[in-house]
Each structure stands twice: as structure tokens, then as C-alpha cells.
Design a protein around this ligand. Structure first.
Ligand SMILES: [Zn+2]
Ligand SMILES: [Zn+2]
Length: 268
């Protein structure tokens, strides 16, 4: 059975989609078990009718229990995404920009001399890293270019690589994001942004040189928070510790602040 056709395509419904997939599997397993059961039952009746000592008393086959439908709440799209996912996509675009900047700095700063990180994982080859960043940028540029054309905006995404080109492309997408996400064709774009965010974060995690968080330390305001092996973020200036959750919350707050400042800048 398909999940609600009005369901939001975003990560918000990941649990629900998994629950419904498991339910579908359970329905198939139940149908097979029922087939076996209906085949076995007449045999049982016959054995019962023919029973006499010293035969063993026939065991009655048990009717398989019907699987229960998932009760996980499904978030509905209005019209394309739910009320939460656009925020996640916006945050992902910021995160992509920050993480790409860190990874890019690693390549250009020749930090690739560090071959293995503290976790023993080999960091990405600089060529692989450039290819990854080019793929991310290519996707963003494609959408930005198509959108600008549809809207008749003068924006032309720069074809060069590097932080300036990425910054203006992502800024343009962020400025247009609310409208883009009302468009039905934005499903692929939104899911890709969320995918690239995860992919870049995983890459950054594997890269010992880029364990640094883009946010400020809540205590001393320095941008010196580094991800430790135990998953905490530790400030190298004041030794303040943040859990991943606290870190992500502060990250979202900084995104909001940034939005607010940009709006003010636009208004003035
Ligand atoms: Zn959603
Ligand atoms: Zn600090």
C-alpha cells in the first residue's frame, strides 16, 4: 500500500516510509502464511477425524496474525513540502556552503599532506574532493540557472569554481527558495540538497583537517569549535563543550540571525 499520496517527500517522513515498507513486506509474508494455513487446516481436520490411540493428538495449525497498519504520523505536503522541510533545506544550503568552504580551503591550503585522521580513516584524495565539490556546485548552478531563466532574472551563475561563485549561487537560491519550493519540480532539487549536505558532512567528518564547526563558541564567541572523536564539540579557546544537539541548535540560530541580517540589508 503506498504511503499517503499527499505526503511530504522530505526527510520528515523517513520513519513513516520505512514503517509502510515494512508493513508491505509483512502483508506479503502474511499472505504466504495464510496460504500454508488454509492448506494445512483440512489435513488437521482429517487427522482429527481419523485419530485413535495410540496416535499422537494432532496439533491444530495456528492462524497467522494479520499485520497491523503503521500508526506513524505522516506529514502532509502543502503544496509540495510540509511546514518543516523547507527549513531543513534552507539549513542544508547554508551547511553546504560552509562545509564546501572548509573542504575547499583544505585542498587549496595543501592540507592534504595529512593522510590519516585521528579516527584512522583516510581522508579524501584532493582530486576526489574537487570532483565532489564540482558535482555539488554543478547541481546548484543548474537549478539556479533554470530558475533565473523561468523567472526572467538577470542572474547568471558563474561557471568558475571557488567560494565566490558558490556564495553568489547559493545566496541567489536562498533568496528564491520559498518560491522554488512551491514548485512541483522542486522535489528533486530539495532531496538533492539534503543529500549533498549529508554527503559533504560525511566527507568533512572523514577529513581530519575539517572537523571545525562554522559556528561561534557560545561562551567566548570564537570560531574555534572542533568536533571531537566522542561526538562532542570542544572550543579550543575556552574548552567549552557542546553536544551535537546543542551544536545543531546554535547552528540553526546562527542561520536565523544571518537571515535576519540579510533581510535588514535588503530592506535598507
Ligand atoms: Zn517534510
Ligand atoms: Zn570558547
Amino acid at each position: 500500500m503506498p504511503i499517503d499520496p499527499q505526503a511530504c517527500p522530505g526527510v520528515c517522513n523517513r520513519r513513516a516510509r520505512r514503517a509502510w515498507e515494512e508493513y508491505d513486506q509483512a502483508v506479503i509474508a502474511h499472505a504466504i502464511a495464510m496460504d500454508i494455513y488454509t492448506g494445512e487446516y483440512p489435513k488437521y481436520r482429517a487427522a482429527l477425524a481419523a485419530w485413535h490411540p495410540p496416535l499422537a493428538w494432532p496439533v491444530e495449525p495456528r492462524e497467522p496474525a494479520e499485520p497491523e497498519q503503521p500508526t506513524v504520523q505522516v506529514l502532509r505536503a502543502n503544496p509540495v513540502w510540509c511546514c518543516r522541510c523547507p527549513r531543513a533545506i534552507r539549513g542544508a544550503l547554508y551547511q553546504i556552503n560552509e562545509t564546501a568552504a572548509v573542504l575547499y580551503a583544505d585542498i587549496t591550503g595543501h592540507r592534504s599532506a595529512v593522510i590519516t585522521g585521528p579516527t584512522g580513516r583516510r581522508s579524501l584524495d584532493p582530486r576526489e574532493l574537487i570532483e565532489l565539490l564540482d558535482n555539488v556546485y554543478g547541481d546548484l548552478v543548474e537549478v539556479a540557472g533554470q530558475w533565473a531563466e523561468v523567472r526572467g532574472h538577470p542572474f547568471r551563475p558563474p561557471q568558475s569554481r571557488g567560494s565566490h561563485a558558490r556564495n553568489i549561487t547559493i545566496s541567489y537560491l536562498l533568496g528564491e527558495l520559498d518560491d522554488i519550493l512551491l514548485h512541483h519540480a522542486s522535489v528533486e532539487f530539495g532531496l538533492k540538497v539534503l543529500y549533498w549536505e549529508r554527503r559533504l558532512l560525511d566527507t568533512a567528518k572523514a577529513d581530519p583537517a575539517s572537523r571545525r564547526s562554522p559556528i561561534r563558541c557560545p561562551r567566548c564567541r570564537d570560531r574555534e569549535l572542533y568536533r571531537e572523536d566522542d561526538g562532542y564539540f570542544k572550543c579550543r579557546s575556552c574548552e567549552c563543550l557542546l553536544t551535537q544537539e546543542e551544536h545543531d541548535r546554535r547552528y540553526a540560530d546562527e542561520v536565523d540571525e544571518h537571515d535576519h541580517e540579510q533581510q535588514k540589508a535588503h530592506a535598507s
